[in-house]
Design a protein around this ligand. Structure first.
Ligand code: NGQ
Ligand code: ZN
Length: 447
């Protein structure tokens, strides 16, 4: 396949009038300053596919359903109670239907790979399914049907609180000990085997759900994928960690575990300067979920200090309350502006804010999911064409600024491993998947 685009964002910067030739899912060549050839598919703008590093697919089904104030105080923990109750309703078909719709929306937004932080493992009564990885199979099926790249992160979840306290009744679908988890992990690896370029990592859910001893045991399970963990999202979590260990969560994990650049810390919201610098120096990717963090009232990531120490950032849609590449990146910058009472807080290296956000999140996200993207020979053919809303001739970084801050660009085509799955903004199987989703939603809402 060959594509000609007037502007292409390559690792070396913007290339003009470039031809991209792909072969067997990879980019064979990128040649700039050429004429289009006969048979080239023509586009205005081509950028690399974005990684969505953190998703709980099932939570897409409750997007917009938790915005009604309850009788008590509404906060992260009361939202979590609602989410737990919702999680108890799903059957495997419904999970697959919701995940498929979600992945269509991600692709249509310009995300070409998802890190599915998957913890809804067991049947409604907490017993394992006949296939212990039934739900992983369903996630893999959703990825396969939609064509999104999958980094599956089976979650280890064993406790309700620091100190290895027993899990609560409403957490029963998530729970494994190390033995059962290692069987699940093996089966999850089988579940993705037929998918193109899938990866399997591992995810101790949080320092509440997994003890330092268990995290060490998980590291001994044979695997070479990424390691993701929720950390320091809420002030109460920091307080509970200090009460338990005398240390703050990021400090505690960096002290007790040999954390390296295979790790991605999800949220990492509440850190001291010393923790922020230590996390950056250890090469840990920050897995930021800006829209969800705003929706849940988490707090503000210390972005300037982290970036100034060479920290790598990435974005994820987490609770999946809204799906958007531009929307996540914009919210990341907007979380910083009121905090620092400044503009263009994240911009670095003399580049625009949009360019900095996009480049850093694509690179950090690629690392966090162990699948790098970039429009260059040898890379997986994962890219997105953008269509300007108005024909005013925006060039270079203004394209990204316009997309992210002004919705001046629409996602037009999306290719994953060389297959075009979105054309003119529509996923190739949108209607069928949407119909199945609607049916599953009606059943879930009636439950
Ligand atoms: C989750 N979500 O696993 O879905 C969590 C809530 C928890 C976020 N942290 C559960 N945003 O952290 O205990
Ligand atoms: Zn999460």
């Amino acid at each position: 396949m060959s594509i000609f685009a007037e502007q292409v964002l390559t690792p070396e910067g913007w290339a003009a009038n470039a031809r991209i030739v792909t072969e067997a899912g990879k980019i064979a060549s990128v040649t700039a300053d050429v004429e289009p050839a006969a048979g080239d598919e023509r586009h205005a703008i081509l950028v690399p596919g974005m990684a969505n590093i953190h998703s709980h697919a099932f939570q897409r089904a409750m997007a917009g359903l938790t915005e009604m104030p309850g009788p008590g105080s509404d906060n992260f923990w009361s939202w979590r109670d609602l989410m737990y109750r919702f999680a108890l309703n799903f059957d495997p078909d419904q999970l697959e239907a919701v995940a498929s719709q979600l992945y269509v929306e991600m692709l249509e937004a310009g995300f070409t790979r998802v890190g599915e932080f998957h913890y809804l493992h067991h049947d409604k009564d907490g017993r394992e399914y006949a296939d212990i990885a039934e739900h992983s199979v369903r996630i893999a099926a959703a990825a396969g049907a939609t064509g999104i790249g999958l980094t599956l992160l089976p979650v280890f979840y064993a406790h309700s609180q620091f100190g290895g306290l027993p899990p609560g009744e409403t957490q029963r679908r998530f729970i494994n000990d190390i033995g059962r988890f290692s069987r699940l992990l093996e089966a999850a690896r089988d579940a993705v085997r037929t998918l193109n370029q899938a990866r399997v990592g591992i995810a101790p859910h949080s320092l509440r759900a997994a003890t330092a001893g268990e995290i060490a045991e998980l590291r001994r399970l044979d695997f070479d994928g990424p390691i993701h963990i929720h950390i320091a999202e809420q002030v109460k979590e920091v307080e509970d960690c200090i009460a338990f260990s005398g240390r703050r969560p990021v400090e505690y994990l960096l002290d007790t575990t040999d954390v390296d650049d295979r790790w991605c810390f999800i949220h990492a919201t509440h850190m001291t300067d010393a923790e922020t610098i230590a996390m950056a120096r250890r090469g840990v990717v920050a897995g930021l979920c800006p829209l969800t963090e705003a929706n849940l009232g988490d707090g503000f990531f210390p972005a300037p200090l982290f970036l100034d120490h060479g920290g790598a950032i990435s974005v994820g849609s987490d609770s999946n309350v809204q799906i958007g590449v531009g929307a996540e990146l914009r919210q990341l910058e907007y979380s910083q502006r009121p905090l620092h009472r400044a503009r263009n807080v994240i911009a670095r290296d003399g580049r625009s804010t949009g360019r900095t956000l996009f480049d850093r999140a694509a690179a950090g996200g690629g690392r966090a999911l162990m699948h790098e993207t970039g429009i260059a020979a040898g890379m997986s053919a994962d890219f997105v064409s953008l269509r300007p809303v108005f024909d005013v001739g925006y060039r270079g970084d203004t394209v990204l600024d316009s997309w992210i801050f002004a919705e001046g660009m629409k996602v037009d085509g999306v290719w994953v491993h060389g297959t075009k799955v979105v054309s003119e903004g529509r996923h190739r199987d949108r209607d069928r998947i949407a119909a199945r989703f609607s049916g599953a939603m009606r059943a879930l809402l009636a439950a």
